[in-house]
Design a protein around this ligand. Structure first.
Ligand SMILES: [Ca+2]
Ligand SMILES: [Ca+2]
Length: 93
């Protein structure tokens, strides 16, 4: 069974916690645990959510950065440009 089939590349990127581009066992468990919910705004760990690029970010930070006047297109480490985060309430317009 090919567990990798159908799993978006960005999920693997989100799961690669140590940035070595290799998915270890702990990271694989993480992928399976959160795979079903791999969409923006869904949980990717305690106190964390996937941003619009499925990067795992601090949930409080993501929430408080919506409409704060700064454009969150990823330049500050979080991408909020999708309906799940109200398109950053127009901060990037
Ligand atoms: Ca890794
Ligand atoms: Ca913002």
């Amino acid at each position: 069974m090919n567990l990798a089939a159908g799993i978006p590349t960005n999920v693997f990127k989100a799961a690669d916690v140590n940035g070595d581009s290799v998915i270890g066992i702990a990271e694989a468990i993480y992928v399976l645990k959160y795979l079903a919910a791999a969409e923006p705004h869904a949980s990717c760990g305690e106190g964390k959510v996937f941003d619009c690029k499925l990067k795992c970010v601090n949930a409080q930070k993501a929430q408080s950065w919506i409409g704060d006047g700064y454009c969150d297109d990823g330049r500050y480490g979080v991408n909020l440009l999708c309906p799940y985060f109200q398109n950053d309430k127009g901060d990037c317009q």
